[in-house]
Design a protein around this ligand. Sequence first.
Ligand SMILES: O=P(O)(O)OC[C@H]1O[C@](O)(CO)[C@@H](O)[C@@H]1O
Length: 515
Amino acid sequence: MTISLTGVSRDAAFDGALGSLRDASFASRLFSKDTSLWGAEAAVEAAVRLGWTDFEGNASEVLAATEDLRRELLDDGIDSFVLCGMGGSSLAPLMIAPALRVLDSTHPDTVRAALEGDLSRTAVIVSSKSGGTVETMSQMRAFEAAFVGAGVDPAGRIIVVTDPGSALEDAATRAGHRVFNADPSVGGRFSVFTAFGIVPSVLAGADMQQLVADAAGVRDELALDSGENPGLVLAAALAAHLPERFVAELTTDGTLPAEFGLWIEQLVAESTGKDGKGVFPIALPAGATPSGASSATLVRLGAAEALGNDGRSSDSDSDSGIGVFAPLGAQLLLWQVATAAMGFLVGVDPFNQPDVEAAKIATRESLGAPAQTSPAAPAPAEIRARLRELVLPEGYLAVQAYVDSGDPELAGLLVRARQELSAELGVPVALGYGPRYLHSTGQFHKGGPACGTFLQIIGVDAQEVAIPGEEAGFGALLEAQAHGDASVLRERGRDVVSVETQDPVGFLRGLLARG
Ligand SMILES: O=P(O)(O)OC[C@H]1O[C@](O)(CO)[C@@H](O)[C@@H]1O
């Protein structure tokens, strides 16, 4: 069998959850695109969201067209690829194509570094299902201007992936950009095997044929109404002990891309974290120690189960969490099925994201508001004391870093700070870059169970980068996004500790020194 699950504790709660999926014939109905699975209200959206269950035909057409385009671009000396996109439009290629530069930030330093690449040999893929995401549209305009500034015609260099009929398709066609239409019957976070996953990844040289084949190879197994169906077993294992055990701490063993956990975060958190409920996946950085909190299940991800000399699994001990072993392509379809099934078990519509919009509105309001002088950042010792006071014993902390996501020193410090805070507070701690997390775990933070506490670290240290046609630049947008999200979190009764700093490295060092 390609997919192997180990360590699942088959207790009464698990049996009950699995039983309800089997009784509902969930798997066969999912693959026959039964829109009524999540209730009458969700059926309208489900009618245009289940195309991912038969992905092969569309995927092979897009693969062929993209491979042709890659050859054409390489012949023209274009061998460097940047993707502008957020959430479901960026996290799949981020995991699949190591050679792709993914710009899913509005931090001026991150944007500037992408714009300052060698544009004479660069093509930019702009991916947005809606065609209206502010980060992506701003990045596209910045690249159009940068190409013109470098004496390169943007029309040959910008490749747009969007739904048919979006405003972006219209604008791109008028500007002479190449357009790939994505399958409109697939939502952003389920879109890895559509143009959103395929076009940027294959242009940047990734082999997606194998991924698609591995997913297709497990499709029949995942469509069975059987208690052995790994998609149903995984969903039941993660949803059985809600609301108490709501966190899944994810580790990868090095045989799968490190970014796989980030893809699972957006898929599961944005799909299930709403109506005060949900399953919260936390991608642990490499080498991190799991929290050991009673709210968390450890989920170990790998391409294949390790077998002992006797050929038997050495991995059946549920004390070390659940093992999920399969090649990446099979994992992707497995997690999509499990997420749809978790939506059913949790009792939510897995295809909407009702609380994301609130932060977007608050961001716009914050952009229009008069600038305020930020108060001096509290001392690190004060922050740790505040967090000890605020974090709920059965809750979680999310560190939201509005800093340059391309800075390795900052990345290392954040990983260490996350680990120290988890050990000190005794709760699971998530780490996400802003604005990336807004299109991923952000839905869960605002719409899921009200047990999160938030530490925002906002770097206000960078030199501004203009957004062509807008008064506010990227730095102003970044700050407005942080303030907007904080205001919505507070409105919903969550505690947010916000730190604005001109020296994020110094701040994090201070935080680590247990000041
Ligand atoms: O592809 P789009 O429409 O730009 O959206 C990007 C992301 O923003 C969200 O709509 C909301 O966070 C995600 O669901 C989506 O993947």
